[in-house]
Design a protein around this ligand. Structure first.
Ligand SMILES: *[C@@H]1O[C@H](CO)[C@@H](O)[C@H](O)[C@H]1NC(C)=O
Ligand SMILES: *[C@@H]1O[C@H](CO)[C@@H](O)[C@H](O)[C@H]1NC(C)=O
Length: 493
C-alpha cells in the first residue's frame, strides 16, 4: 500500500510537465561513446600512443584519480557485449569513434594497421547484424602523439591535409558501414582547453592565442574532410557529415541589456566560434570585433583571432550536413568586463557564469538538471543557423556516486527528452536524433574513473570489467520500446 501510494505521487509529480507526444517515427534514439574512453588496448596490435595516452602516462597528477585509459572498459575485447547491451535496450543507433592511432599509427596513410582496421570492421559487422545504425566520429580528441611532436598538431595548418587523408581513408574503408559521420568532437575543448588553458591534452598553455590558431586550423581540417566526402563519396554512399558544437546554455543573468549581451557573447564564443563558420561563413561578427579591440589595447599588432581569407570562408561555409550538439547543463551569464592585460579566451568573453541558489546542486560546479535550457538552446541554434537538422550527439547525467539506484539520472533523462519533444512539436525545431552519454561508465579524461555517466556501471576493479545494469538502463529501455515518456496508453502520436 505504501509502495502504491508512493508510485502514485511520483507519477503525478512527473506527469505535470512531461510531454505526452511520441517521438517521430524516424527519430534516432541511441547512446554514445568514444574510443579512448572505452576501448583500452592502448598499445595492442600496433596501436600507437595518442595525446591523451601520453598525457595520462606522463602527467598522472592532472587526472583526478591518477588513472589512464590503458584498459578502460576493455571494449577492444568486449565490443560484442557492448553491442548486445545496446540491442537489449531496443536502441537503433550507436555513436562511437574511430581511434586514429589504431588504424594509422603514424598518423599518415602510408602506414595502415590492418589489425586496427579489422577491429572496427568487426564492430560494424556486429552492429549491422543487430540492426543498429552507427554514427562515427573521426576525431574524439585522440591525435596521434607523433603528430603533436612532429608538427605541432592543431597549431599547424597542415593538420588539415593530414586529417583529410585520414578521413578519406576511413570513408573508403568504412563508408559502406557508416552513413552518419562526425568529423571532430567538441572542438572548443580540443582548442580552448587543449591549446589555450592547457588543462587537457596536449597541455599547451597559450590562452587567448594558441586556442584561436587551433580553432582556425581545426575548422580547415573539418572542411577538408567534408569536401572529400562531398566530392568522392557522397554519391556512392549517401551519408551525412557534420561537426559537433558543444556548450552549456547561457541564460541572461537579468533583463539588463548588458546581461543579455553577456549571454550572447558566451554563446557566440562558445558555440559560434565553430558553428558560425560552417553554417554562416566566417567567425561571428561580435567575436571578431571583440578580439580585435582587446588585442589592440593589449598591444598586439593584429587580432589574436586569425582572419580567414575569402577563399577559406567559401571553403568552410556550408560544410555541415546537420548540426551535432553536445549539451549537458545551463548556467546564468552576467556582464563582467575583464580588465585589459593578459590575453585570455575567458577575458575575451567577459561574462560571469553563475548558478542560482535554488538550483539543486550536483557533484560538479557547472552541472545542473535544467531541461528548459536545452529547449532554449535548440531554439537559439534553429534561429542562428537557419533551421538545420539537429542531432543531440551527447547529453547525460554526471554523478560522483556509482549507485545502481540512479534516480537522479532518470529524472534528468526524462526532463531533457521531454524538452526535446517540446522543441520538436511546439517550436518546430528540426531535431532528428538523440544519443545519450552514456551506455556505460568510462574513462572521463581528467575525471578519470571517478565521474560516472553510465546507464551501466562498470566495475573497474574486477578483472573481468563487468557491465552492471543501473535503474536508468531499464528506464531508457522502456522509452526505446514505447518511444514515449509516459504510459503507452496515454501517449499521443
Ligand atoms: C607544419 O607541418 C609541416 C608538415 O607536416 C612541417 O613540414 C612543418 O615543419 C610544420 N611546421 C611547424 C612550425 O612545425
Ligand atoms: C555562406 O553561404 C550562405 C549560403 O550560400 C550565404 O548566404 C552567405 O552569405 C555565405 N557567408 C559568407 C560569409 O560568405
Amino acid at each position: 500500500m505504501k509502495l502504491f501510494l508512493l508510485s502514485c505521487i511520483i507519477t503525478l509529480s512527473f506527469a505535470q510537465d512531461i510531454n505526452p507526444r511520441k517521438f517521430p517515427p524516424n527519430f534516432l534514439l541511441g547512446v554514445a561513446n568514444a574510443a579512448t574512453q572505452i576501448e583500452g588496448g592502448w598499445n595492442e596490435d600496433g596501436k600507437s600512443e595518442s595525446i591523451w595516452d601520453h598525457f595520462a602516462h606522463n602527467f598522472p597528477e592532472k587526472i583526478a584519480d591518477k588513472s589512464n585509459a590503458d584498459i578502460a572498459c576493455d571494449s577492444y575485447h568486449k565490443y560484442k557485449e557492448d553491442v548486445a547491451l545496446i540491442k537489449a535496450m531496443g536502441l537503433n543507433h550507436y555513436r562511437l569513434s574511430i581511434a586514429w592511432t589504431r588504424v594509422l599509427p603514424t598518423g599518415r596513410t602510408d602506414n595502415v594497421n590492418e589489425a586496427g582496421v579489422q577491429y572496427y570492421k568487426n564492430v560494424f559487422k556486429e552492429l549491422r547484424d543487430n540492426g543498429i545504425i552507427p554514427m562515427v566520429t573521426l576525431y574524439h580528441w585522440d591525435l596521434p602523439q607523433i603528430l603533436q611532436e612532429e608538427m605541432g598538431g592543431f597549431m599547424n595548418e597542415s593538420i588539415a591535409d593530414l586529417f583529410g587523408d585520414y578521413a578519406r581513408f576511413c570513408f573508403e574503408t568504412f563508408g559502406e558501414d557508416a552513413k552518419w559521420w562526425v568529423t571532430i568532437n567538441e572542438p572548443k575543448q580540443v582548442c580552448q582547453v587543449g591549446y589555450g588553458a592547457g588543462r587537457y591534452a596536449p597541455g599547451i598553455k597559450s590562452n587567448g592565442v594558441g586556442d584561436y590558431v587551433c580553432a582556425k586550423n581545426l575548422l580547415l581540417a573539418h572542411a577538408r574532410a567534408w569536401h572529400i566526402y562531398d566530392e568522392e563519396f557522397r554519391e556512392k554512399n549517401q551519408g551525412k557529415v557534420a561537426i559537433v558544437v558543444d556548450g552549456s546554455w547561457a541564460e541572461p543573468g537579468s533583463d539588463n541589456e548588458a546581461d543579455k549581451a553577456a549571454s550572447e557573447r558566451a554563446l557566440h564564443f562558445g558555440v559560434g566560434l565553430y558553428g558560425n563558420p560552417v553554417f554562416n561563413g566566417d567567425w561571428p561578427e561580435l567575436v571578431k570585433q571583440r578580439v580585435a579591440e582587446r588585442s589592440k589595447l593589449e598591444g598586439f599588432s593584429e587580432s589574436r583571432l586569425p582572419a580567414f581569407t575569402d577563399e577559406q570562408i567559401k571553403y568552410i561555409n556550408g560544410t555541415s550536413d546537420y548540426l551535432a550538439l553536445n549539451h549537458y547543463s545551463t548556467m546564468m551569464a552576467s556582464d563582467s568586463e575583464a580588465p585589459i592585460g593578459q590575453p585570455s579566451f575567458d577575458n575575451d568573453i567577459s561574462a560571469r557564469s553563475w548558478a542560482k541558489p535554488e538550483w539543486t546542486p550536483t557533484s560538479q560546479w557547472w552541472f545542473y538538471d535544467l531541461p528548459w535550457g536545452l529547449r532554449k538552446f535548440l531554439n537559439w541554434l534553429k534561429n542562428t543557423y537557419n533551421n538545420p537538422e539537429i542531432v543531440i550527439t551527447e547529453n547525460g547525467y554526471v554523478d560522483n556516486d556509482d549507485t545502481l539506484e540512479d534516480d537522479r539520472r532518470i529524472h534528468y533523462l526524462r526532463g531533457y527528452l521531454s524538452a526535446c519533444l517540446d522543441a520538436i512539436y511546439e517550436d518546430k525545431v528540426n531535431l532528428i536524433g538523440y544519443t545519450a552519454w552514456s551506455i556505460m561508465d568510462d574513462w572521463e579524461w581528467t575525471g578519470g574513473y571517478s565521474s560516472f555517466l553510465g546507464m551501466y556501471k562498470i566495475d573497474f576493479k574486477d578483472p573481468d570489467i563487468p557491465r552492471i545494469k543501473r535503474k536508468s538502463a531499464g528506464y531508457f529501455t522502456t522509452i526505446a520500446h514505447n518511444r514515449c515518456l509516459i504510459d503507452l496508453d496515454k501517449c499521443i502520436e
